[in-house]
Ligand binder design. Sequence first.
Ligand SMILES: [Fe+2]
Length: 258
Amino acid sequence: MKLYNKFEKNFINKGFIINKSENPKSTRYLSNFLKKRLVRLLNLKINFKNLNLNQLHLYVKSNELNKIRLKLISQINKDLKFRRNYFLVAKNMIHHIVGNELAMQININLSIQFPNDESSLLPIHSDTWSGDSPFESVLWLPMVNCYRTKSMFILEAKKMDYFNKTFSKKSIKSVDDLYSKFKKNLKFIKINYGEFLLFNQNLPHGNLINRTNETRVSLNCRFKGLFTPYMQKDLGSFFSPLKLRAATKLGLDYKLPG
Ligand SMILES: [Fe+2]
């Protein structure tokens, strides 16, 4: 019996999987939700379908971006359909890679990166450095086509041993130093709207200043096996159960007679 299928092998060896949305209707729901709310928040006199997210920097001032982003995040996370559709975009792949008894991050995140904006940078990091458990995977959904600095970068999985060795030698002076040491091993993800990226957040990743002339809009959310170990980001406060199997429910509910 084979231990891993081709998706799992790919995920282990490469660190990420890019595929077409398993449910284009769900991807469209997410995109339309964002566009509708943006048109309302920004008081735009256009049909939401005509809002081009690539051009969002033409409608919002840089100093108002974070306020708008936070409002959108709060609206996203009040909508249960958004959460459901988010999962449906990659449900089968999440089952392959993460499992079928799942916990999902309670809050879905939204990133908006204007061209040349220096305020929304995420320097090279691994999520496990800030309280995430190594059992988590990130589902990253682009709402526009992403490439080069408009996208995120990730360290090639095969370089992880070298990365750890370099790190443990303590020859790293700063995050910038870390970035420049591994620059040639970082891969910028090329991904289009309508596709999903599932990645191993144990691999160092981040972004740079978006030097393209388009805005990046993307969503991200973590998934993990419900019964895998938790670090600081707990079940209840950071994750919520998404799917339990019947036998697990029976087991959890069971009381010995007497
Ligand atoms: Fe991260």
